[in-house]
Design a protein around this ligand. Sequence first.
Ligand code: AMP
Length: 591
Amino acid sequence: MYLLRGFFCDPLCTAITHQRRIFSDPVTARIKQGFYMSVATPVAAQGFCDLGLPDTIMATLDRLGYVEPSPIQAQAIPPLLAGQDVLGQAQTGTGKTAAFALPLLARLDPAQRHPQILVLTPTRELAGQVAESWQRYGAGIGGIKVACLYGGSSYVPQLKALSSGAQIVVGTPGRIIDHLNRGTLDTSRLQALVLDEADEMLRMGFIDDVQRIAEACPEQRQTALFSATMPPPIRRLTHRHLRNPVEITIATDHSVKALIRQRAAVVPFRNKTDALLRLLAMETYDGIIVFVATRVATNDVTQALLDHGYRAAQLSGDVAQRDREITVDRFIKGRVDILVATDVAARGLDVDRVSHVINYDLPNDLEQYTHRIGRTGRAGRSGEAISFAAPHQRHFLAAVERRSGSSIERWEIPSAKDVNNRRLERIGEQIVAASSKQQGLDGYRTLISDLIAAGNDPVELAACLAREIHGDAEPFHDRKGPIGKAPGKQLAGKGVSKAPPSGKRPSKGLGAHPGPSNGGRQLCQFSVGRRHGATPARMLAAIANASGLSGKAIGRIAIDQDHSTVDMPSDLPAGAWKALRKQRINGQPLV
Ligand code: AMP
């Protein structure tokens, strides 16, 4: 077994003066900065040309600007090229996709138009990214086709990709099983099976599906399994499905960069958006990444921030790669200040202006935590990492402190009074700063003088003007009010209910039943929207059928592109949520 150690250097030592490219070559950047260090280094000085890859692939690497293999690539490519099985312990961002894709592409026969390689990934986002990577790496080999099969989307393009002779199939376990059951995916002539992020698949409950799929593949095949951690079920899977694998471990140092100040608050789920808004009102920041757990949450949190006038954008797996790059470019250039992202979507994001990382939802493990907060404190700058832990997640923070050897300060959610005062202080600073610019004032001076001459009070005029620009002077409230209000009953991290935009007049309908505190109603968000074929009538039928509510009890239904919001009673019949979780519209789960 080879052991390679990757570690984060002291950013002071690796001050980077140029703006890094994002989504491009973090591995190269890390290699250049010495982020990876080999402790057992049979391959440390290798270039790609020493690995035995064919010329077509070498030309592609050249075009992509890949100069040196990352440690996992240097270790995994030779055995995979030789037809051996590989067990790689490495996390995202280490270049593992190329580590398996390049050698398996070299072994593939493009003239054979049937599935030859099957890659299983835990999420549709990752499936999309991995499929894109295969396209990129295989671009120099004529005739390569990739089919990407994941749930929650139409079968039509998937069937088309399969029948057009895709040699590479990337997908999530559930949908792959569906295709196997329908007889639309032929695994009989597969040469290789790749299990990517196996521990995530385990965590998401896919392990039985993975077993089934592995059993549906020919025995005489090559298998590569990659996982950030190796819990016993993954070990068992390995013993069962891999033959004498070459084991590769890329160890990660969990120490937190000294320049990152870590803070955390215990925040009940329903108060997270409020806590985030208060945090933003109090902190001085440049660029912020807000990490959330789900795609639905990227949408909700971004919307809440936009509603409050923040320049925010979402980065989720739903957004196409090209659009993601545009969003990140706007973030780099300062046109967007806050990116709300899932871990998968933020892979490879490497931007110097990130002053804050906010864990709106806690990550799954320490690896993810250090990876996330390492996005700040770059290039010799200091950084802030602030985490929201639900009351039952306190132990996670203690474990982070213990295992990383760093300390996390307790952050108290500031009172409404403090937040409002700080906000006014800032607005005052802005007004004073604006008053130093004299251009373009003449017409306004005359206007204001005329208004004062007509008997208006100058202080009243200025205050009204400030309110027109900034909204209510005291938008934050501790008990009742638009921001501090608890949203309705939650769907445990799947759909979430949402209060109307704070600081603004509630829109018609939504404002009528803002939450359980108002007449026992709650606004509930469902994961189906216009693009899934949801209409108010279909939603009404699906909800009424599942929940046992009468049509009358269901209030306004607002259908958005990706989700819907429904005004419902807060005391739903027993078992209603359970039943709602089983409901689908065009195959897309409601919750
Ligand atoms: P992965 O861990 O496979 O998701 O890769 C992370 C990022 O590193 C992706 O954006 C790849 O395009 C990039 N990458 C992978 N290998 C290399 C390499 N040898 N040199 C430069 N960039 C790389």
